[in-house]
Write a protein that binds this ligand. Structure first.
Ligand code: SF4
Length: 482
């Protein structure tokens, strides 16, 4: 689908298109008349009595209008934010009128909706007022506004990080095989010839990080080993990394993603325990083997159960499990069956993801068998109800593009099993020192949340060849003034 956007503010065209996608799904837009378009969105702006009125009209197959106004602010950045918001809300109203659809997240298109809740709280509002106002402003569905309140309520139990606290991320970009929906920078282990040089490069970065932490006066308060799948490494290589990380984690929260059950062995779990990691993730995604085959995950539900029991037997007291709602061929009953199965295992935290398909070829392949957005929404509701019944509370949430039904990913945990690293990373409240291919280090300034980033290259071979440069990037991020 193609939409012609006519606007006096072409720099806001991407934001406008994000709102259109909430209603119309994948689309391209053009700013040039004559390029051929299925719909035309016309935005106009007028000034009356110290207010700027943004008006939107959709035509050509659809018909609807909407308006929103704001009072200009003297600060240029604030003005830009208010202007963009009014434009998006006007387009949202026009699309809602034209389609009769009320999306669950209303006019919100961003990745981190909790940020807007915190912005309301900074205006000295109570939690109730913030929930009410954010719901009214963005036309959020009641349950989504309540979910934000639940999450922010839990997050506020944790102190904001001090300026010397840092979360350490260690990326292992390998997996046993590639799941068909995967959009991570992970590679299959393949012949395994890159594994040892990768671990060598990573150890170089870990040693340099240790020096940097000392020089910059930082304290590691959480370690997160993710990927890819860290347990895809052969046991010996996994042990090399874990043993090097153990002194850095020193009794702090230490999580290892053991995502693919088919990569978990007793020896690897033992290595993880011995390094001091107490939290692991074992990710079933679904309890239906035919779905696992369809999405290219080379494990069975029985293997997940076996890996989970092995972890419990070895004394892991904090086990997370990830599920995906909206998988091809699944319906509400199947998702309910997965949740019943999960309750039988009783993990300490559950993250329910919404399937996000970035490759259009897959969308084409699976189109017939994908549950629609409303059904996926009900699956998420079931997931949250189950987590609540298990005594868990939602504690972080994020949204992505290309998600079924424009929904969300939500993590729920038993009290005391929340992952601090994830909260601070998602909310961008704490520094992150990220090691390994594709890792993005972040330095966060307490003054209004200014953030500077230092990304590592994502390609595994390039990372190995340029690891010294990655080290320098992080040193510059922390040791340069400003
Ligand atoms: S386990 Fe995760 S990172 Fe690995 S291929 Fe599957 S989706 Fe990608």
């Amino acid at each position: 689908m193609r939409v012609l956007i006519r606007t006096p503010e072409p720099r806001c065209a991407n934001d406008i298109a994000d709102v259109l996608r909430v209603f119309l799904g994948a689309l391209e837009y053009t700013l040039e008349a004559g390029d051929g378009a299925d719909h035309i969105l016309t935005v106009t702006e007028t000034r009356r009595e110290e207010r700027v009125y943004c008006h939107a009209r959709i035509s050509g197959g659809l018909s609807g209008e909407g308006e929103n106004a704001y009072s200009p602010a003297p600060d240029a950045l604030v003005e830009m934010r208010l202007h963009k918001r009014a434009l998006k809300l006007a387009v949202y109203s026009a699309m809602k009128a034209a389609t009769g659809i009320r999306p669950p997240w209303g006019a919100l298109t961003g990745i981190r909706p909790t940020r807007l809740f915190y912005a309301e709280l900074r205006q000295r509002k109570t939690m109730e007022e913030a929930e009410r106002d954010i719901q009214a402003l963005f036309d959020l569905r009641e349950d989504k506004a309540a979910l934000l309140r639940e999450i922010v309520g839990i997050q506020r139990l944790f102190p904001d990080p001090a300026d010397d606290e840092v979360g350490l991320y260690v990326g292992i970009p390998f997996c046993a095989t590639r799941c068909s929906y995967c959009s991570f920078l992970s590679g299959e282990i393949g012949s395994g010839k890159l594994v040892e040089p990768y671990v060598d490069a990573l150890l170089t970065e870990i040693e340099a990080a240790e020096r940097l932490i000392r020089e910059a006066g930082l304290r590691v308060t959480s370690v997160y080993m993710g990927g890819g799948t860290p347990t895809a490494l052969p046991e010996g290589e996994l042990r090399r990394v874990l043993e090097r990380l153990a002194p850095l984690s020193a009794g702090q929260e230490f999580t290892v993603e053991a995502g693919r059950p088919d990569t978990i062995t007793e020896g690897k779990l033992k290595a993880i325990r011995e390094a001091g990691a107490k939290r692991i993730s074992v990710n079933p995604q679904t309890a239906h083997d035919e779905t696992l085959r369809r999405i290219g995950r080379a494990h069975t539900t029985a293997q997940t159960e076996e890996a989970y029991r092995m972890a419990r037997d070895m004394g892991f007291e904090d086990v997370n499990m990830d599920l995906i709602a909206g998988l091809p061929g699944e319906n509400e009953d199947m998702f309910r069956e997965t949740l019943d199965w999960l309750r039988g295992l009783y993990p300490d935290s559950v993250t329910v993801h919404t399937l996000s398909i970035k490759h259009s070829s897959l969308l084409h392949l699976w189109q017939e068998s994908l549950p629609d957005g409303d059904m996926v929404g009900r699956m998420l509701d079931l997931g949250r109800e189950t987590a609540h019944r298990m005594g868990m509370r939602a504690y972080y949430l994020y949204r992505q593009k290309y998600m079924a039904g424009n929904l969300e990913n939500t993590a729920c945990a038993q009290p005391g099993c929340e992952c601090l690293y994830n909260i601070r990373m998602m909310e961008e409240t704490g520094h992150v020192l990220a090691l390994g291919a594709g890792g993005i280090s972040k330095r966060v300034w307490p003054d209004g949340g200014r953030i500077r980033r230092a990304p590592n290259v994502g390609n595994i071979e390039e990372y190995i060849a340029r690891v010294d440069e990655m080290v320098e990037r992080k040193r510059a991020l922390w040791l340069d003034q400003g």
